[in-house]
Design a protein around this ligand. Structure first.
Ligand SMILES: Nc1ncnc2c1ncn2[C@@H]1O[C@H](COP(=O)(O)OP(=O)(O)OP(=O)(O)O)[C@@H](O)[C@H]1O
Ligand SMILES: [Mg+2]
Length: 239
């Protein structure tokens, strides 16, 4: 079990590209991510962040280069993804989580307890039986996080998880992400919130125009970005 978990890292992209309909969307991506750090991806709209996250997750298949996990070319199962808008089924909050656990092969006897514990951890124990789709946007995102957390993923990908939330709900989601990370899950998150990136990131992957222009420790990135594009972005000057 531990061997399998450790075997997932580093997650490495070598010369990775993705083209669709004759268009090069991302290209020559070189990146090595280790297990410990909380990685935040920044860059302007259309830079290729979501495509890169999907390539790493395996939702998209690279059309060039290779992605390896601990040196192997197989995508391990121990990963989860949370999107800007939570994708929840038309059933109770708890049943949504139980369903994900079922798909992951967790025995029925264990599913109920694990789903309930996950909802408690995101402060939603009291709405466990409510239909997920009547919950507020912030609550739905916390259900999505609880569902990811319940799977105990080795790595969690998040694509703008707080973009449609108000500041209080955003901070609550940030707190949950920090707790998931503290439990040993690797975080790779896209955000447009620089404040959030400062609070959560250990390292920054900056993208512009389909390329990674730098991968820099967060304190250094915010003090002195290493690429002209990162610098212009922080100054609000990137076209
Ligand atoms: N399958 C596809 N076919 C054609 N074009 C695509 C495809 N997927 C993404 N694109 C284009 O690639 C570019 C990068 O998209 P991506 O969603 O990765 O950007 P992003 O950095 O996440 O931007 P945002 O901050 O707006 O979410 C966009 O111009 C998008 O329209
Ligand atoms: Mg995006």
């Amino acid at each position: 079990m531990a061997d399998h978990a450790n075997g997932m890292f580093p997650l490495a992209l070598r010369e990775v590209g993705f083209s669709a309909a004759g268009l090069s969307i991302v290209r020559k991506l070189h990146l090595t991510l280790d297990a410990e750090r909380r990685t935040v991806m920044l860059g302007p709209n259309g830079a290729g962040k979501s495509v890169t996250l999907r390539l790493m997750h395996g939702l998209l298949k690279a059309t060039a280069g290779e992605i390896t996990w601990g040196g192997q070319r197989i995508h391990p199962a121990a990963q989860a993804m949370v999107f800007q808008r939570p994708v929840l089924l038309r059933r109770s909050a708890r049943a949504n989580i139980e369903y994900a656990l079922d798909l992951a092969g967790v025995a029925q006897a264990e599913r109920t307890a694990r789903a309930a514990a996950a909802l408690d951890r995101v402060g939603l124990g009291h709405v466990a039986q409510r239909p997920a789709r009547v919950l507020s946007g912030g609550e739905q995102q916390r259900v999505a996080l609880a569902r990811a957390w319940a799977l105990a993923p080795r790595i969690l990908f998040l694509d703008e998880p707080t973009t449609s939330l108000d500041p209080a709900a955003s901070r609550e989601v940030e707190r949950i992400i920090a707790e998931i990370a503290a439990g040993g899950t690797k975080i790779v998150m896209i955000t447009h919130h620089l404040g959030q990136a400062r609070r959560l990131a250990d390292d920054i992957v900056f993208m512009h125009d389909g390329c990674i222009t730098e991968h820099t420790p967060a304190d250094q990135f915010f003090r002195q970005p290493q690429s002209p594009e990162g610098d212009a972005f922080l100054k609000g000057e990137l076209p």
